[in-house]
Design a binder for this molecule. Structure first.
Ligand code: DSN
Length: 439
């Protein structure tokens, strides 16, 4: 980065600071990961200079002979890896990808169904504040008290509202997604089934999570979570999807451009191609398997410290802790953990009575620390650190009253970031992390 250092030392220093931060802490946000140096190099290439609206061999601008080859390689690798007949690699990220699917399959006012955000769904699965919940008639399902998809409710709602699109695949769901059950319901009402597998793509590639490709009509995924690529997304149409509507691929292409986007980010497309090559290796499969082993080991260890895990454990890469039995709010816990060198995120739990900024839970994931080479043995240390960090803040209960909470939270924040025991854990974690280099 010699040029960046010379031109803009301020940004250079910030990039270096972030590099150090990512090395020194346990990154445990389940949607984050460390991408390879090959992917990072690709993002910083001259491909960023090009405009290429349109699709390979059908562009609105000249000079795209090279970009065409890049995009075709990305498409072919995705088709091969996932066994699909159609893919669009241009969506800027997961939310635009899901928006494109809605634009391709629905008219404004049509009905879609998805899991409520507060129960582990995503913004784009029909949240009333999101475009998916304002332009379309969004019917939302939730989970049972145990945090499991309530298929009885899903079926009842589907039969009553006859949605044109049903979305499954979630962001804070620690259990296997039963794509076959969703497909049965979608087929019964003639709906298109969209599987948004963003969180679990790496696990599906590794064969440690059931695959949606025989069941869904459309599959979307971000490329930067367990798939470990650059930020970006894939929209795939399955054989079942093309059978239902042979024009589905064309409709998605048109929804991306001119519907929602302009020129694709060609450096990102190239980096997606690189990540797909990496994902087709034996070592990627091992990494995917290890994610699940690590999460199970972490869940078991947390359980022994009395943590209440939503659904009782995990089948995938993430754990959702209901902190109410510890008397600690998710916001307090997340800040305590960050101070201790463990980066996670506060999260709602099923039937949470607290607001999204002060939810009752904590979401933790193992993909990034698995990429660093940590295994089951290390998960025991991680659980112990989490336990000790939460113990430090067990006396810091947040008031229910909003105004009262504001003042108390400000005071707690100041105390937490200066807490000597938390800072001591951060030091231990920093030296522990040296043994597990980032890619
Ligand atoms: N923000 C992502 C996550 O953390 O799950 C979803 O888009």
């Amino acid at each position: 980065m010699i040029n960046l250092k010379k031109t803009d030392p301020q940004i250079y220093e910030l990039v270096k600071a972030e590099e150090r931060r990512q090395k020194d802490v346990l990154e445990m946000i389940p949607s984050e990961n460390y991408t390879s140096q090959a992917v990072i190099e690709t993002l910083g290439t001259v491909l960023t200079n090009k405009y290429s609206e349109g699709y390979p061999k059908k562009r609105y601008y000249q000079g795209n002979a090279v970009v065409d080859q890049v995009e075709i390689i990305a498409q072919d690798r995705a088709k091969k890896l996932f066994g699909v007949p159609y893919v669009n690699v241009q969506a800027y990220s997961g939310s635009p990808a899901n928006n494109a699917v809605m634009m391709a399959t629905l008219k404004p006012g049509d009905t879609l169904m998805g899991l409520k955000l507060a129960f582990g769904g995503h913004l784009t699965h029909g949240l009333p504040l999101n475009v998916s919940g304002t332009y379309y008639n969004s019917v939302q399902f939730q989970t049972t008290k145990d945090g499991l998809i309530d298929f009885k409710e899903v079926e009842e709602l589907a039969l009553k509202h006859k949605p044109k699109l049903i979305i499954c695949g979630f962001t804070a769901y620690p259990r296997v997604v039963d794509f076959a059950k969703f497909a049965k319901i979608a087929d019964k009402v003639g709906a298109i089934l969209l599987a948004d597998i963003s969180h679990i793509t790496g696990l599906i590639v590794a064969g440690v999570h059931p695959s949606p490709f025989a069941y869904a009509h459309i599959v979307t995924t971000t490329t930067h979570k367990t798939l470990r690529g650059p930020r970006g997304a894939l929209i795939m149409v399955t054989d079942k999807g093309l059978k239902k509507d042979p024009d589905l691929g064309k409709k998605i292409d048109s929804a991306i451009i001119p519907g929602l986007q302009g020129g694709p980010h060609d450096n990102q497309t190239a980096a997606i191609a690189v990540c797909l090559k990496e994902a087709s290796t034996a070592s990627f499969k091992k990494y995917g398997e290890q994610i699940v082993k690590n999460t199970k080991a972490l869940a078991e260890a947390l359980h022994t410290y009395g943590f209440d895990l939503v659904s009782g454990g995990s089948d995938n890469h993430l754990i959702l802790i209901d902190l109410r039995n510890k008397g600690v709010n998710g916001a307090v816990a997340a800040l305590a953990l960050e101070t201790a060198g463990i980066v996670a995120n506060k999260n709602g739990v099923p039937f949470d009575t607290m607001p999204p900024f002060f939810p009752s839970g904590l979401r933790l994931g193992t993909p990034a620390i698995t990429t660093r080479g940590m295994k089951e043995k290390e998960m025991k240390h991680v659980a112990a650190w989490i336990h000790h960090a939460i113990e430090e803040v067990e006396s810091l209960a947040l008031p229910i009253d909003k105004e009262e909470r504001k003042g108390v939270w400000k005071e707690y924040k100041g105390d937490i970031i200066k807490n000597k025991n938390l800072l001591k854990i951060a030091k231990e974690i920093k030296s522990f992390c040296v043994k597990f280099p980032v890619p």
